[in-house]
Design a protein around this ligand. Structure first.
Ligand SMILES: Cc1ncc(COP(=O)(O)O)c(C=O)c1O
Length: 459
């Protein structure tokens, strides 16, 4: 039975959609004869034209076929094609919305300056020449703004010619992995570290070597033993441990790269958000050795939704980029690039960062207080004081499976440092960015209730 309602959608679209769904879901099987147009029209009290239009759309898209003098039948081919698609699981693919989501790279809705952005966006629109292609590497004026911001705030040594605007970190890594393919076939990465790097470089057939993190960052001895010519690091704020590579080790790392004709990928993903100390200057800016590929993002301080990241390439690599990617345009839409350019140029970016530092410090302190109050001595805080998250380690015996089930039941989502959220490594991220200030305490309290219900029964 089809449900046809008086709604904004024309009746023939409603009928077409419902029949189509029945076909896709195998309720209407291959070769099934559809009711005649006359019968449909009298059963549902709709005009013959409505039924005709619905059938004709289904026919045009190949869901049904017409058998002369007999009528319409469900097409055999379409069923066979569709059963290979994960239609039945399509609900599982929709991201679940959690009541309390402790994701470490999220902002609450109120943080993004929507009104200002839409004002800048309309100004940006009027400045865009929609009749021509944009700059492949990313809008030149945006790159100029970015290069002066990076040199002022992160001590990065670069000019706009070295910057490529990318659509998120994985895109940045995709470009780098392609440029360096001819130069090396393996990459050393921090362990534990940000899994996306491993995923992208594995896809490009790089051999991955994990380098342990010591008290003061990456284990250089282990790196030297690998003979690798490429290393990925998060020197200012190691992900996920939060450790900082001290200056002496930074210089050792650069010397290693110079001596071995190697490259360092510096992921400076959240340094501008430091609130307990001034941001540590970038590794790239220590000297102009042309050995460091600098990677940054607007996700942490502005918005993860706009998908803007960037890379600063050594001069030699920028000419390789131009050769390899001569056919490719930055994936960031020009209106977003232009709005961002105005946001930086007109001084809003600097103000926004200052606002974010104050707000994040407040949220961080509220989260820390709530952890102490509700989780008491059952956890140890192993990373705090910057970014959008506090990392905790369990000091009690937790039944992780039970915890996972109970959290799902209560619609609470926390994340492990293994990134894929199997809660089995004893450490958990409690991200605070996604909550408003007054939600933090209640979110931690709800988590703590489930936490204590999940203590392992040792009897
Ligand atoms: C270590 C690390 N690098 C980079 C990023 C930035 O990712 P994107 O620019 O794709 O939002 C993140 C975001 O969470 C991160 O944790």
């Amino acid at each position: 039975m089809y449900k046809l309602k008086k709604s904004a959608l024309p009746l023939y679209i409603q009928l077409y959609t419902q029949i189509k769904e029945d076909i896709i879901n195998n309720i209407l099987k291959a070769n099934t004869k559809l009711p005649s147009i006359r019968k449909m029209s009298s059963d549902y009290k709709i005009s013959k034209t409505t039924v005709e239009s619905a059938y004709s759309q289904l026919y045009a898209e190949g869901y049904i076929e017409s058998h002369p003098q007999s009528g319409y039948y469900v097409s055999k081919d379409v069923i066979q094609n569709f059963t290979t698609f994960p239609i039945k699981n399509s609900n599982q693919q929709i991201e679940k919305m959690y009541k309390y989501d402790f994701y470490q790279a999220k902002h609450s809705e109120d943080v993004f300056p929507k009104k200002l952005w839409s004002k800048l966006h309309s100004k940006a629109i009027s400045s865009i020449n929609f009749g021509s292609y944009p700059n492949k590497q990313g809008d030149l004026s945006l790159r100029k703004e970015l290069s002066s911001y990076l040199s002022k705030s992160r001590a990065v040594i670069c000019d706009e010619e070295q910057i490529v605007i990318c659509s998120g970190f994985s895109d940045s890594m995709f470009i780098i992995s392609n440029i360096l393919k001819e130069f090396c076939s393996s990459i050393a990465i921090e362990y534990p570290g940000y899994k996306v790097v491993q995923e992208v470089f594995s896809l490009q057939n790089y051999k991955i070597t994990n380098i342990p993190i010591l008290r003061n960052g990456i284990d250089l001895k282990a790196l030297k033993q690998t003979k690798s010519k490429l290393i990925y690091v998060t020197p200012s704020h190691q992900y996920p441990t939060g450790k900082t590579i001290p200056i002496s080790k930074r210089i050792d790392l650069i010397n290693w790269a110079c001596d071995n004709d190697a490259y360092i990928i510096e992921d400076d993903y959240d340094s501008e958000l430091s609130y307990n100390n001034r941001p540590i200057p970038s590794l790239q800016g220590i000297n102009d050795n042309q050995r460091v590929i600098y990677s940054g993002t607007f996700s942490k301080a502005l918005s993860p939704a706009i998908r803007v990241s960037y890379i600063v390439l050594p001069k030699k690599l920028i000419s390789m980029y131009k050769k390899i990617f001569y056919f490719s345009f930055s994936g960031v839409p020009i209106d977003i690039q232009k709005s961002l350019e105005l946001f930086i140029k007109e001084g809003y970016w600097d103000k926004h960062i200052r606002k974010m530092r104050t707000l994040n410090k407040k949220k961080h302190d509220l989260m820390k207080k709530a952890i102490k109050e509700y989780l008491e001595d059952s956890v140890e805080i192993i990373r705090e004081g910057s970014g959008l998250t506090i990392l905790i380690k369990s000091k009690i015996n937790i039944n992780w499976e039970k915890l996972h089930l109970l959290l799902e039941e209560k619609s609470i989502k926390v994340y492990s440092t293994t990134y894929d959220s199997n809660l089995n490594d004893n450490t958990i991220y409690l991200g605070f960015g996604g909550f408003k200030e007054d939600e933090i305490s209640i979110a931690v309290k709800s988590f703590a209730t489930v936490w204590f219900q999940s203590i392992k029964n040792t009897n």
